[in-house]
Design a protein around this ligand. Structure first.
Ligand code: AMP
Length: 225
C-alpha cells in the first residue's frame, strides 16, 4: 500500500511588515493549505478574554513576544483541528529557538517534518511605512494597505462588500520598532537553523505583492509537487 502523503508544513519567516500574512492567504488560495497565524490566534484569545488572552494582551501591546508556553498551547490546539490535514502555512510561528524545536517535536509525533521555510527578505527601513498603512475588513479579514493595496471601490471590501475596516492596536510606530527588535534578537537566528537543515528558501520580498506571489507560487509548486 502506498505511504499516506505527509501533510505539507510551510513556514513563512520575516519581520513584521514583510508580507507573511498577505502571502500566506494567497498560498492558501493557490494550494489548498490552511494559514495558521499565531498572531491571529492570540488576537482572538485577547478578544475572547480567555486566560491566555489576558496574559498575552499587554505583552502584545508592547511589541514583545508572548511566552513560548502560551503560544505552543494555542498552536498545538489549532494543529489538531481536522482542516489542517492537507497542510499548513505557518505565519508568525516559530519565533524562537524553543518554538522551532517544539514544532519539530510536535511534527515528529505525527511522522511529519517541516517541508519548506521561506524567508521573506526585506529592508527594515521600509517596514514601518508598510505596517502603518495596514487595515483589515472587519467582516471577512481581507487585508488592505493605504498605499500598496486599496480596494477597487474606496471604502468597500473587494472580497465581501464590507464597509468597516479595522487597524491593529500594535501597528503604531513605537510598537513596530520593538517588534522589529524582537524579530532580530529572537527570530532571525531561525534562518540559520533551517538553512542547516536544507529546507530554507530566501526570496526578495521588497517588490510588488503580485510579483512576490508568483515567485512564491513557483517555489511552493516545486516544493509541494
Ligand atoms: P503578528 O500578527 O504575527 O505580527 O503577531 C502580533 C503579536 O503577537 C507579536 O508582536 C507577539 O506579541 C505575538 N505573537 C504572535 N506570534 C507569536 C509567536 N510565535 N511567539 C510569541 N509571540 C507571538
Amino acid at each position: 500500500m502506498p505511504e499516506p502523503q505527509a501533510a505539507a508544513v510551510v513556514i513563512l519567516l520575516g519581520p513584521p511588515g514583510a508580507g507573511k500574512g498577505t502571502q500566506a492567504r494567497m498560498l492558501e488560495a493557490d494550494f489548498g493549505l490552511v494559514q495558521l497565524s499565531t498572531g491571529d490566534l492570540l488576537r482572538a484569545a485577547v478578544a475572547a478574554g480567555s486566560e491566555a488572552g489576558r496574559a498575552a494582551k499587554a505583552v502584545m501591546a508592547a511589541g514583545q513576544l508572548v511566552s513560548d508556553e502560551i503560544v505552543l498551547a494555542i498552536l498545538r490546539e489549532r494543529m489538531a483541528a481536522p482542516d489542517t490535514a492537507r497542510g499548513v502555512i505557518l505565519d508568525g510561528f516559530p519565533r524562537t529557538d524553543a518554538q522551532a524545536r517544539a514544532l519539530d517535536g510536535l511534527l515528529a509525533e505525527q511522522g511529519q517534518k517541516v517541508t519548506a521555510v521561506v524567508s521573506l527578505e526585506v529592508d527594515d527601513a521600509a517596514m514601518v511605512g508598510r505596517i502603518s498603512g495596514r487595515h483589515t475588513c472587519a467582516a471577512c479579514g481581507e487585508g488592505y494597505h493605504d498605499q500598496f493595496k486599496l480596494p477597487a471601490q474606496a471604502g468597500v471590501c473587494d472580497k465581501c462588500g464590507g464597509t468597516t475596516f479595522t487597524r491593529r492596536a500594535d501597528d503604531n510606530a513605537d510598537t513596530v520598532l520593538a517588534r522589529l527588535q524582537a524579530y532580530h534578537a529572537q527570530t532571525a537566528p531561525l534562518i540559520a537553523y533551517y538553512e542547516g537543515r536544507g529546507v530554507l528558501h530566501r526570496i526578495d520580498a521588497m517588490g510588488a505583492i503580485a510579483d512576490i506571489r508568483s515567485t512564491l507560487a513557483a517555489l511552493a509548486g516545486g516544493v509541494l509537487a
